[in-house]
Design a protein around this ligand. Sequence first.
Ligand code: FAD
Length: 260
Amino acid sequence: RALQPVQAADSSKLYVADLESTVHYTLRVEAGRPAVLAGAQLAALKCYVATLAKYFPGRPSVQTFLQSLDSWLRNWTEPELPRSTLKEAVKNKEDAIPAAVLPTNITWVGCKGSEPHFRGYPCGLWTIFHLLTVQAAQGSPDQELPLEVLSTMRCYVKHFFGCQECAQHFEAMAAKSMDQVKSRDEAVLWLWSHHNEVNARLAGGDTEDPQFPKLQWPPPDMCPQCHREEQGVHMWDEVAVLSFLKEHFSPGNLRMDHAV
Ligand code: FAD
């Protein structure tokens, strides 16, 4: 199915274009920066692709792309993976049956900033990992490996995320409390609350897009039931937040529109 043009993004929706642009950027730009991948960095890439292949709700050709890249990486047992070999492995296979295609263009819709230096990729990266934590929690009553997605994110951010200051901040938060997460639902809430911590730290700073102020999210107009007040103090209703996140970051909330 082709992506459709859209004039303005709806902040209550997720856009396939943002997700695909982000995955493209991670695999073909960030992972392609080191001349050779080895050790913990190679393990981080394998883990990231395995998690995408398992939980990313992509279009069929994107799913095929991720699944075949995952099997290719599993079969790569050499200690080192040169950049030129990875570059070949992440190429599209349009003629394969079924086709394995991850679009090579970058188009921001929900993550589009009011200026090119605002939003975009970091917004997409948060979105992907919220989506993956939610997909891992959906229909999975077993509480095995509650950190499956969060530790993938921790490794990806540590080894590949181009914003080093961001990576250091995130690692510090992870080191402090990630191991206290005991279930997949708690993993969803951990990422939500720590993203809000980052929003609070960055609010009013120079990386903030004036047209997209950093909020404690979801704001009351998006989820009134998520907020309550106890003796004049704002409180989150975490049960309501969890069901909101499961609805918001679900395949049913994905739109196929692209920007014009
Ligand atoms: P983002 O914060 O990127 O959020 C993207 C979208 O997610 C929002 O539009 C909203 O729809 C949704 N959202 C917002 N809050 C939540 C939430 N709590 N839970 C679920 N969904 C939510 N920038 C720095 O300058 N310094 C840093 O230290 C820094 N650390 C970062 C660490 C990580 C791991 C990442 C991925 C990014 C980091 N960034 C940092 C970038 C920064 O957090 C924003 O991504 C960037 O400024 C773009 O902001 P944005 O307005 O698009 O919203």
